[in-house]
Design a protein around this ligand. Structure first.
Ligand code: SAM
Length: 459
């Protein structure tokens, strides 16, 4: 009954294009993966690992998965963060932000983390990614995914967008708003999205998206860039949302998305606002993905700057004491981290991104991960953490090197002890074809398995 609202609205707006753009909801959904730029050699490894792939038109790092019987989520390369499973059209918005190494980037609606992973890849470990998720359970999933992808420079928050805008006004060079939406592009992937859909939900999502955009506008520095995206087709959440935002914010300008995939935005979806919808971009289900809408906006360089934390006179940060146990551990296994900026909190040791200003930690924000969790200090010992090895395991001085066809790889992923062949006694990074899988501790010729229990495959 409610689907009637969706189909009649789309037929009225699209006319005879409806059949071609909205392929039948009974068809299998498109599946895809996106390479992790933080894993050198990812492309050659993925292209040669037996997965059936076709290049994606929506993103240079994206592929379509063409064999529905394959389960790429169980592949060791997935565990090693070599790729992220991402529906092909969902990979389109993040590259539009034009993130470069060194940028300050905010992903306001980030879980489960597909687009944050792409933004982290573009940063190449330099600058800062603030990756926020409003829902606490989803924020934990986001943290886990960024850990798997080996991201070294993220501040993961569980916050409201408004609170972030209060704490870090005018701080960011790039902001992504991948808004919580009515999910009309999820109908084939998640039947629940179809069951819950109704006009009231569309109106509610449009209001919430508008609030998030307001917060995003406050977070942005003059001369910065905003990308707004949804996986819905509803006019009020897409072209109409952007038209409304532009009517309230003369300091923002709509930019051309500068891509040739998909189709331009639709002028008859502006909900009465004035804007050039052809500068916006859509991907329809009939174009090889489940559906996405995206728009790029720039904030005028002449917009009032606001108080930009970390710019101007730097706040003097008390240099943190390097705990001797960490210094000893880093000196033996990760000498390049000996002088890294660290934070000790609650018995845990974090390696902070150099670009993280003190204000971001002091602003009362709910931080669920700051930089890299190196390990814990307790009872006179330093115990390293999985996160440390997922980020820098390939550079650990002691490594157990596995390959895809080595049966020890599957055994390690099941949480079993494996024979040590390349690592000496002590902690070691465990790698598959050079990609970090986790860590272990060698003693008596065996690698004791330290893969977190929640990440182990069933025996
Ligand atoms: N960008 C993500 C990715 O690529 O993996 C997908 C994000 S999803 C479309 C939108 C997210 O916004 C959801 O995780 C949802 O929990 C979150 N959200 C819900 N309400 C929110 C709010 N009021 N403010 C910010 N985010 C919210």
């Amino acid at each position: 009954m409610e689907l009637e609202y969706f189909t009649s609205r789309e037929k009225a707006l699209l006319g005879e294009r409806y059949e071609a753009l909205h392929t039948p909801l009974t068809e299998a959904p498109a599946r895809g993966l996106t390479l992790n730029g933080l894993r050198p050699g990812a492309r050659a490894a993925v292209e040669g690992c037996g997965l059936a792939l076709a290049p994606s038109p929506f993103c240079r790092e994206g592929y379509r998965l063409t064999d529905p019987s394959q389960r790429p989520g169980l592949h060791p390369y997935h565990k090693a963060g070599v790729y992220y499973l991402q529906e092909p059209s969902a990979s389109a918005p993040a590259p539009l932000l034009g993130v470069e190494p060194g940028c300050r980037v905010l992903d306001l609606c980030a879980a489960p983390g597909g687009k944050s992973s792409q933004l982290a890849s573009a940063l190449a470990g330099q600058g800062l990614l603030v990756s926020n998720e409003y829902d606490p359970a989803r924020a934990a999933v986001l943290r886990g995914n960024l850990e798997r992808m080996g991201v070294p420079n993220a501040l993961v928050l569980n916050e409201t967008p408004d609170h972030i805008a209060r704490a870090l006004p005018g701080f960011f060079d790039r902001v992504l708003v991948d808004a919580p939406c009515s999910g009309e592009g999820m109908f084939r992937k998640e039947p629940q999205a179809m069951a819950q859909h109704n006009p009231g939900l569309v109106a509610q999502c449009a209001r919430r998206g508008a609030e998030i955009l307001e917060a995003a506008a406050r977070c942005l520095a003059p001369g910065s860039r905003l990308v707004y995206s949804t996986c819905t087709f509803a006019p009020e959440e897409d072209e109409g949302q952007i038209g409304r935002f532009l009517s309230l914010h003369p300091e923002f300008r709509l930019e051309d998305c500068g891509v040739s995939f998909g189709s331009p935005g639709e002028q008859n979806r502006l909900c009465g606002y004035e804007a050039d919808a052809s500068l916006m971009r859509r991907i329809w289900p009939g174009q090889g993905g489940e559906g996405h809408f995206m728009a790029c906006l720039s904030k005028s360089p002449d917009a009032p700057a606001g108080a930009r934390p970390g710019k101007g006179r730097p706040k003097r940060e008390k240099p943190a004491r390097t705990p001797p146990l960490w210094a000893e551990f880093a000196g033996r296994y990760f000498p390049f981290l000996e002088k890294a900026r660290v934070l000790e909190a609650g018995g845990r040791l974090y390696i902070l991104p150099p670009a993280l200003p003190a204000e971001a930690l002091a602003g009362g924000l709910h931080v669920i991960r700051a930089g890299v969790l190196a390990g814990s200090l307790s009872k006179g010992r330093f115990e390293p953490d999985h996160h440390l090895f997922m980020v820098w395991g390939a550079r650990c001085q002691n490594r157990e090197e596995l390959t895809l066809d080595d049966e020890r790889t599957a055994a390690f992923l099941r949480g079993e002890e494996i024979e040590a062949k390349t690592a000496a006694a002590g902690y070691c990074g465990v790698l598959v074809d050079g990609f970090a899988l986790g860590f272990g501790k060698v003693s008596g010729g065996k690698v004791k398995n330290h893969l977190p229990k929640a990440l182990r495959n069933l025996k």
